[in-house]
Design a protein around this ligand. Structure first.
Ligand SMILES: Nc1ncnc2c1ncn2[C@@H]1O[C@H](COP(=O)(O)OP(=O)(O)OP(=O)(O)O)[C@@H](O)[C@H]1O
Ligand SMILES: [Mg+2]
Length: 302
C-alpha cells in the first residue's frame, strides 16, 4: 500500500541513519513472541462474529510493540489470547520458538482496571505470585523489595492499595507482573484510567523500567500519542473483523522525551495513524446536530 506523505511533514517511513540502524539490530535479535494466523470467532445472535482474523506477528527480544485500533477491533481479545486467558479459534502462538497455550508466568499481564488484592500490602501483593510459584517467603520478600524499589515505591511497601493513587497502583501492578521474570509483559490499556499528567509520567516511567529489565512488551492503547511515544513498532488493527492494517516502524529516536512530540517525525507518524484510524476526512465539518429546544426563544447560546 502506498501512502502519500503529508504536506510540510516528512514521510512517516523516512528514518534517520541511527533509527534505521536500531531497527536493523532489532531484527537480528531472537524472536520472543510469535503468533501465526491467529483468529477468534465468538457466537453471536446472527451467527458467529469474527473478532480477529489471520493475525501474524513476530516480536523480537526487548522490543516494545504497541497495538492500536478502533474500539471493538479485537485488541483485548488478542492480548487475552496471548496471556492464555482465552483460546484462539485458529492459529498458534510460540514463545521462544516453543508452541504454547494457557496462562503461564512467562507472560505477565497488567490490566486497565486496578487488580491488586485489596487486603494485601504492596509488598504482599508482589510476593503472592512468587510464593504461589514455590519461592520461599524470605526470598520472595527480598525479590519483592527490589521490584518495589525499581518502580519507585520504597516508602509504600507496607501500604494497602486503598492508600495509593491510581498511578501508584499501576506501578505495583507492573512490579507484580515483572517479579516472576516473564519473557513478555502484556499491557491492556494500563494507563487508560489515569489523568493526563499521571499518564505521561507513567509512560516515561515504563520506558525507564523497560531500559533496566530484560523484557519484551506488548502494549495495547487507543491513544495515538501514547503509542508513538512508547513503541518501536505500532501494529494498527482495523475492525470487523479485526485484522492487521499496517505495521509502522516509529521513526522517533530513542531515548524518548516529551519534547519530541512536536518533532516532524512524531507529527508525521501521528498524521499517518490518524489517516488509518479515522479514514474519513478528519477535517470535514461535523454535521449539525438537531437542537432540542427546552427553553424560550431568544436564549440561544450563539
Ligand atoms: N466473550 C465474548 N463473547 C462474544 N463476543 C465477544 C466476546 N469478547 C469480545 N467479543 C467481541 O469481539 C469484538 C472485539 O472485542 P474486544 O474487547 O477485543 O475489542 P477491543 O478492541 O479491546 O475494544 P475496546 O477498545 O473497546 O477495548 C467485539 O465485537 C466484541 O463484542
Ligand atoms: Mg479492549
Amino acid at each position: 500500500m502506498t501512502a502519500p506523505s503529508s504536506p510540510g511533514l516528512p514521510d512517516y517511513r523516512a528514518q534517520s541513519p541511527a533509527v534505521a540502524e536500531r531497527f536493523r539490530k532489532l531484527q537480528e535479535r531472537p524472536v520472543v513472541l510469535e503468533i501465526e494466523h491467529l483468529g477468534r470467532q465468538f457466537p453471536g445472535q446472527a451467527g458467529p462474529v469474527t473478532a480477529l482474523r489471520d493475525i501474524s506477528l513476530k516480536i523480537h527480544r526487548r522490543e516494545l510493540v504497541c497495538v492500536i485500533g478502533p474500539s471493538g477491533c479485537g485488541k483485548s481479545t488478542l492480548i487475552r489470547i496471548i496471556a492464555g486467558l482465552d483460546d484462539p479459534s485458529t492459529g498458534r502462538m510460540l514463545v521462544d520458538g516453543k508452541e504454547t497455550s494457557g496462562p503461564c508466568p512467562e507472560r505477565g499481564m497488567v490490566f486497565q482496571g486496578y487488580t491488586l488484592f485489596p487486603w494485601l500490602s504492596v509488598k504482599r501483593n508482589i510476593m503472592f505470585g512468587l510464593e504461589m510459584g514455590g519461592m520461599a517467603r524470605d526470598q520472595a520478600d527480598a525479590e519483592a523489595r527490589q521490584w518495589i524499589d525499581l518502580v519507585g515505591l520504597t516508602k509504600f511497601a507496607n501500604n494497602y492499595p486503598h492508600q495509593l493513587s491510581g498511578g501508584m497502583k499501576q506501578r505495583v501492578a507492573i512490579a507484580r507482573a515483572l517479579a516472576p521474570n516473564p519473557r513478555v509483559l502484556l499491557m491492556d490499556e494500563p494507563f487508560g484510567a489515569l489523568d493526563a499528567q499521571t499518564r505521561a509520567q507513567m509512560q516515561a516511567h515504563l520506558l525507564e523500567i523497560w531500559r533496566n529489565v530484560d523484557v519484551t512488551i506488548l502494549f495495547i492503547t487507543h491513544d495515538l500519542d501514547e503509542a508513538i511515544f512508547l513503541a518501536d513498532r505500532i501494529v494498527v488493527l482495523k475492525a470487523h473483523p479485526g485484522e492487521v492494517q499496517e505495521i509502522i516502524e516509529v521513526p522517533v529516536p530513542r531515548p524518548r522525551h516529551l519534547s519530541q512530540v512536536t518533532s516532524p517525525e512524531f507529527l508525521a507518524t501521528r498524521r499517518r495513524l490518524d489517516e488509518l484510524i479515522h479514514p474519513r476526512d478528519v477535517h470535514a465539518p461535523v454535521e449539525k446536530l438537531p437542537i432540542v429546544r427546552l427553553t424560550q426563544a431568544g436564549d440561544d447560546v450563539e
